[in-house]
Design a protein around this ligand. Structure first.
Ligand code: ADP
Ligand code: MG
Length: 684
């Protein structure tokens, strides 16, 4: 618990600093510029392009207050090379005065190409005669109402108060070819004029390299510490009963297929972890369709046989229900109590489920986020399995694993997380330095690769006749409606319209519709009809994105594929190619394509390997988005960029191992500089 807020004793500015995480001088020292502005030169208006940040000088030739489409102040300035349009959406009367025609100003801001040609919105205005700075001007991350000058002042004050002594021994710093911490910090806060401006801006300057290295090292050290902390906790040792009639063996015998070597390998890894007295914290990754569910079932049975309850959490209701049905068919014949819990089951069903979970009749519990709500009370939760873990925030995962922790138990559940978004190696090394990773390589035998086609939306008619054809041959189709990022209502509307249009165009076929607004029972009725082949075409929003498994579906059409992310497209495509029929995925796109959209579609066309796709996604987007920015670990990295700094990650990892073995005092010094105020992380 935080102490009572002491709002009255802090000034307004202090409160704003705190919002940025700036509490003591050390924090200010590490508050490094987001970017730099080059104010050392005046550009000619004629050389400006959209997207540039620029500084020009010119004479106001015209200004007015417009009232439509909305009230705004506009002005045009001119130098000998051209004209630039300026705009203020909110303004004071004094600004209106400033912009009187005939006056000259220095103007700075981001140039964009607007309706009227090049313009700057809310430019910074200064007097034409003020001297130009000699060096780049740092621009710091800030918050509402906190100006750059006041940040700069506070930072330079802090630089005078804090020791910038190196946390690492000089020998190590030299060996790695790094700058000293002191030099690096001073360079970044106040670059001198002769410095390589480009390298500073692009974060390739040696000063940045040093800071990024330090940050990555701190991350490696703290993740390792977190792992140690976790190992210091107790879990029930869930030892596999060594007997041919144990639950796992009985399930294996009942399956219509044999596990692949790779599945057997990961089952063994998990089994080994479960048998230990400290919590397992393992990520199971495997491409879409690689068969992670059966691996989860094997882990669950080992745990259940050892006497504890197991919870499986899925990110969507459809998926939770599908898991429930599959698990039910696997474990009920073995006499194991299973129940499911989602946000939308009836109050009565919920009450029954809660009671069974509390008194222990339910051994395997499957659900959505509803599982982590306070009112769910387990008898003895020993293993938590989180499917499609990238869909959940860390907070959610943590609170589920803490379910087992309260007073009643002095041990914590083991944790298995599963993801079909394979983590490229660099990422795995940093973000998951604190957890074990098992990987299912390849897919089960008998799968035929999905043929991917890129088709312009103008050929929609052809695609529809193709669907009609394949329905005659008994094949089923998913039709995924365009993502409408800004409006769920609009997305829904599109799905409804598409359903109507396809029902008309394909009048002989049965067309289903599934979207996020349906109730659970409506959703499950549609999915059931689709699974049983009563529906030939399923129109869907992205609710079917993860995990859905209908082997007979062999055609996937994705409308406006250019709007989807790469990982999403890969997931969607993974819904087909699960049965024996050869499958096709049609990515319908609409011109014009942005550069990134083009690269994404190209990646989809060129490869089906989830790892390759994840790597390309990382290259295109950067890791923050890939993992969801609230993931643990990401918040720890402010400066390093995993897409480009993998060599530094490796170096930091090696140094971390060495320091932890030989120099605990250096570890402590380094962490106390970098992990200030982030101790909460260690508790995860
Ligand atoms: P994912 O890893 O995407 O969660 P699933 O667990 O849903 O994949 O498995 C995809 C399909 O492959 C399911 O129908 C499953 O029953 C099947 N499957 C899993 N393992 C094997 C195997 N060893 N041989 C054949 N089919 C398998
Ligand atoms: Mg799955």
């Amino acid at each position: 618990m935080r102490a009572k807020p002491e709002a009255d004793t802090r000034t307004l500015v202090q409160q704003k600093f705190e919002r940025l995480g700036l509490r003591n001088p050390h924090d200010f020292v590490l508050h490094l510029p987001l970017r730099y502005e080059d104010e050392t030169a005046i550009a000619s208006i004629g050389t400006l392009r959209g997207g540039m940040s620029a500084q020009v000088e010119g004479e106001v030739i015209d200004s007015e207050v417009k009232s439509s489409p909305r009230r705004q102040l506009t002005a045009t300035i001119r130098d000998e090379s051209g004209e630039l349009f300026l705009r203020w959406l909110t303004f004071y009367p004094s600004q209106q005065q400033q912009m009187k025609p005939g006056r000259r100003w220095r103007v700075r801001g981001e140039v964009r190409s607007g309706f009227n040609g090049l313009e700057i919105i809310h430019p910074k205005i200064t007097a034409v005669h003020s001297p130009l700075p000699a060096a780049l001007t740092p621009v710091y991350p800030t918050t509402d109402g906190l100006s750059q000058p006041s940040l700069r002042k506070a930072i330079s004050l802090a630089l005078g108060q804090v020791s910038l002594e190196d946390t690492l021994p000089a020998s190590l710093v030299n060996k790695l070819g790094l700058l000293s911490f002191d030099t690096a910090i001073k360079t970044l806060h106040s670059p001198s004029p002769e410095m390589d401006a480009q390298a500073l801006i692009e974060h390739t300057h040696p000063a940045w390299i040093r800071i990024k290295f330090d940050e990555l090292l701190a991350q490696q050290l703290s993740l390792a510490a977190a792992r140690d902390a976790r190992r210091a906790k107790h879990s029930r040792a869930l030892v596999m009963r060594d007997h041919p009639e144990n639950l796992c063996q009985r399930l294996l015998r009942a399956l219509p297929f044999k596990l692949t070597d790779s599945q057997n390998k990961v089952v063994a890894e998990i089994s080994h972890d479960l048998a230990r007295e400290f919590p397992m914290y393992r990520l199971l990754q495997g491409d879409v369709g690689s068969g992670k569910t059966i691996v989860a079932a094997m882990a669950a049975l080992q745990a259940i046989e050892a006497g504890v309850q197991v919870a499986i959490m899925a990110p969507t209701e459809i998926l939770a229900q599908q898991h429930f049905q599959k698990m039910q068919s696997w474990v009920e014949p073995l006499g194991i109590g299973i129940c499911w819990l989602t946000g939308s089951i009836t109050a009565r069903a919920r009450k029954i489920a809660l009671e069974a979970i509390r008194n222990g009749q339910a051994r395997l519990i499957i659900g959505t986020q509803a599982l982590i709500q306070e009112t769910v009370d387990f008898e003895n939760l020993g293993l938590v399995i989180v499917d499609e873990q990238h869909r959940f925030g860390v907070g959610q995962r943590l609170s589920l694993s803490r379910k087992g922790e309260p007073d009643a138990q002095d041990w914590v559940p083991h944790q298995l997380t599963m993801s079909a978004t394979p983590i490229p190696r660099t990422l795995a090394m940093t973000f998951y330095a604190d957890l074990e990773v098992s990987t299912i390589e390849g897919l089960p035998p008998g799968r035929t690769p999905v043929l991917t086609k890129l088709v312009s939306s103008s050929r929609r008619g052809e695609i529809i006749s193709h669907i009609a054809q394949s329905a005659v041959n008994g094949q089923q189709t998913y039709w995924v409606c365009p993502l409408v990022e800004e409006s769920e209502a609009l997305e829904l509307q599109t799905a409804v319209d598409t359903h109507l249009a396809l029902s008309e165009a394909l009048s002989g076929l049965k067309i289903g519709l599934v979207h996020g607004r349906l109730t659970t029972s409506e959703k499950s009725a549609v999915m059931k009809d689709f699974r049983e082949g009563l529906i030939q075409v399923l129109v869907a929003t992205t609710v079917i994105e993860v995990g859905v498994d209908v082997p007979n579906a062999s055609l996937m059409v994705i409308e406006h594929a250019e709007r989807f992310g790469l990982a999403q497209l890969h997931q969607l495509r993974g819904r087909v190619g699960r049965g024996h029929a050869s499958s096709v995925c049609v990515l319908m796109f609409q011109h014009p394509l942005s550069m990134i959209a083009r690269e994404r579609l190209r990646a989809m066309y060129e490869t089906q390997d989830g790892f390759e796709i994840a790597q390309r996604d990382l290259d295109l987007r950067g890791p923050g988005e890939l993992l969801g920015s609230r993931q643990s670990g990401v918040a720890l990295l402010r400066f390093a960029d995993l897409a480009h700094d993998s060599a530094l990650v490796r170096a930091a990892r090696e140094v971390a191992v060495d320091l932890r073995q030989h120099s605990p005092e250096i570890v402590e010094r380094h962490l106390s500089r970098w992990m200030r105020g982030r101790e909460d992380f260690l508790r995860s």
